[in-house]
Design a protein around this ligand. Sequence first.
Ligand SMILES: Nc1ncnc2c1ncn2[C@@H]1O[C@H](COP(=O)(O)OP(=O)(O)O)[C@@H](O)[C@H]1O
Ligand SMILES: [Mg+2]
Length: 538
Amino acid sequence: MTDDCRELGLITGGSLIEGLQMKLSPERSIEEVKAGKFVVVYGLLHKFFSLITDVRLDASSTNILVNPPSREDEILRQVLSGTSTYATVELKPMLMLTHKDDEPKPVKTIPPHFAPVLEATEEDVGLVFGREDKARKFFSIGSPLDMDTPVCINLDRFVERSNGIFGKSGTGKTFLTRVMLAGIIKHGKAVNLIFDMHNEYGWGTRREGGSEFVKGLKQLFPERVSIFSLDPKSTRRRGAKPDVEVYISLDQIEIEDIALLQDELQLNTTAIESAFAIYRKYQDRWLTELLSWKQEDLPEIARELGAHQQSLSALYRKLNRLKTLPFIVDDSSQSEGTIKKIINYLSRGINIVLEFGKSNSSLSYLLVANIISRRIHDYYIEKTEEYFATQNPADQPRQLMITIEEAHKFLNPQSARQTIFGTIARELRKYFVTMMIVDQRPSGIDDEVISQVGTRITALLNDEKDIQSVLTGVSNTSGLRSVLASLDTKQQALILGHAVPMPVVVKTREYGEEFYKEVSSTAGEKVDAAKSVEELYG
Ligand SMILES: Nc1ncnc2c1ncn2[C@@H]1O[C@H](COP(=O)(O)OP(=O)(O)O)[C@@H](O)[C@H]1O
Ligand SMILES: [Mg+2]
């Protein structure tokens, strides 16, 4: 214990399962004590790293509460304060450490009565969460409440599993995702494919409620990030040049993709059955065929295929919308070219931001993300099998992370079973592919998928259902609910799971000039950048 740590109070009760109670020191004001604060309890043998989960007012006798001192009676108030009236703070110990040791372990016991509780020090934070250093394993994501010390995430562990970034709209999910992606790109922990539905990752975007612009990943890492665009005109209008234009041909659209669009297109199941009937006859060309037919021939065709005529007409009418999407082409070689380029870039370690430009309807987003991810999935499985056969480290596929915003569109209980994203979330970790799921409504995501999410970074959520699903599969969460519900409306998050040793609330790192300087490959790291270009292009 050092002098510069400030004592908050003493432990007066509690249990391993329910957490501990601390009586707040009379010198401390209850208003200094916030839910989510990181504190340390000094037991005889161990330090207990804990989180404040609740704060309560207590009185030693109910008489005082029945006859409270008047507003003017300041002296009586002070006399009562700390002895007859006092504050009790609930703590949840998350890790413990023997005084001699420096490796924190899970909590298996509790400190004795009257063990002192102190605010955590810089050293405590570093000890628990690691420090950014040459090993490039740790990356700072923010600082604990009321402190100015970096809280780090273990990037190796972060990219190893799928992750989630949750929070209500406007709480800073996209900013946080950008911070995490910048860390991963800077330290080369994984190659990223970002489905950028709202054009926020590649080039600068405007800050909410201001005229200021923030930088995109392409500006921070010009030689490590490529912009693929479904709407090159829009990309150019925003003053940027896409590196690759993206096309999708009709023969790449499978029935699985249409099934995913069922809600979007308001197709019923018999329409999907008609699609199967066409597929049986025409295979990959099913959609090209369907869209080439004339309306008046449909009854005849339906009879031939043994399909329901009205459903076939509905399918025909609704899928005709696909033809109007600007990136849809007939020529399958153009589309193959796109897929090949994506795989080629990723396997060279170049991160891809796929911009949707003005083609950012849910229809385009679902369709394109699903088609591209399916092909990448096939490729990674093949590569991994090759690697298992040769066991040559040079054959090991490069770890890939796919970022999707509005993830519930793909991962709701119904779609998660049908779409490739469900498969990736459930099992692709074995094949070196993981996902970064960004979403404002985690309760809309399939439970089985959520339980596979390794690290969860959660900004404010109000809805009880959303809070519950973020905590799915986390044991002993009673205290965390109140912490989640009491976060600030912006730029604060609770981090828990695989990449941090204990749950922690952080004020997220400011994404601005200072951050650019620290991570960007354009600043200070010229030598490194030149080297990586050489590595990439040989
Ligand atoms: N880490 C951050 N650094 C700087 N500004 C932030 C940060 N997080 C949030 N903000 C502010 O909050 C606004 C909303 O953040 P955003 O990421 O767009 O929210 P969401 O994606 O959750 O809707 C941003 O426009 C920005 O002004
Ligand atoms: Mg957003």
